[in-house]
Design a protein around this ligand. Structure first.
Ligand code: ZN
Length: 301
């Protein structure tokens, strides 16, 4: 951290609630992480609220929370297909009493990852950027003319556009959503379908099999590229952003699918938009949620 007098520094408590882990960080206005913690996400909603509340201290200026789901700003309710204990809960009200009068911000985690990547990594030097998070679920956020696009709710549930008509059943209730073809369990499912097995192989292991020359593993990533390229091509055709970035755990396996994805995009894109958008791996890794939460407060977006 810098040598600033701590008594004078402004700090936000950033909380990133994930399906498996909850990460928290005390972050100052220069985005130095003063203290960070990671633990298993509590299994009940009440325990989750108690855990977050236990981190309160009088030095923090605000609480900024990243949630793995959509958030309605007017009704303060959540829909989280991958962490259903949060569904329909008014987390803002439930935290308010425990955090005195400090501001509390709630936002979708992938929207925050986009905001963090844009301000913290890109330093806001480009105008339009899309970030996709490829992990347990598929999410994202879009920066338009320097601002995170919002509506009455958080936006950009890109995981829930249709990739395959009448395809795999999705947690949102629809069939064939991109999420079911581009999240981490989708790779395993595709591998198993192609090999007619129940392998339960992790994505990392499937990548290792590619390195060993396994043709089924190669085909698994080839199919993955096609689904991803289709979605990104559609996004570029709509937004023509300066950059499309890929974050989330699966972005760390990009060497197995990114080149093919870019080839398909270049082939399929609306001709006028060719070469206007860079598609690359995001720089903020597992800190995207907490950094994005801090940016959300300090930038007042
Ligand atoms: Zn869906």
């Amino acid at each position: 951290m810098n040598k600033k007098n701590l008594e004078k520094s402004r700090t936000v408590l950033a909380v990133d609630i994930g399906g498996t882990n909850i990460k928290t960080a005390l972050i100052d206005s220069d985005y130095n992480i003063i203290d960070e913690r990671k633990s298993k996400t509590p299994t009940t909603y009440e325990e989750l609220i108690s855990y977050i509340s236990s981190l309160y201290n009088s030095d923090i200026e605000a609480l900024s929370v990243a949630i793995p789901g959509g958030y309605n700003y007017n009704k303060n309710i959540i829909f989280a297909p991958n962490l259903t204990t949060l569904n329909s809960k008014n987390i803002l009200n439930d935290l308010k009493g425990r955090f005195k009068d400090i501001p509390i911000l709630i936002e979708n985690d992938a929207n925050l990852a986009a905001l963090g990547e844009y301000h913290y990594i890109e330093k806001a030097e480009i105008n339009n950027m899309i970030l996709l998070t490829l992990g347990t679920g598929v999410g994202g956020g879009v920066i338009i003319n320097g601002n995170l696009h919002k509506s009455h709710t958080s936006t950009f549930e890109i995981g829930h556009i249709i990739s395959v008509d009448n395809g795999r059943k999705c947690g949102c209730g629809r069939y064939g959503c991109l999420d079911e073809y581009a999240n981490s369990s989708a790779l395993t499912l595709t591998y198993d379908e192609l090999s007619n097995t129940q392998s339960n192989l992790s994505p990392i292991k499937i990548g290792e099999l590619v390195d060993e020359g396994d043709t089924v593993a190669k085909e698994t990533f080839s199919i993955y590229s096609k689904h991803l390229a289709k979605a990104i091509t559609d996004l570029i055709n709509i937004f023509v952003p300066d950059k499309v970035k890929l974050g989330g755990g699966l972005s760390e396996l990009s060497k197995y699918y990114l080149d093919d994805t870019i080839k398909i995009i270049n082939n399929d894109i609306f001709p006028l938009y060719k070469d206007l958008t860079t598609v690359e791996v995001a720089s903020l890794k597992n800190k995207a949620g907490v950094i994005g939460a801090a940016v959300n407060y300090f930038k007042g977006n």
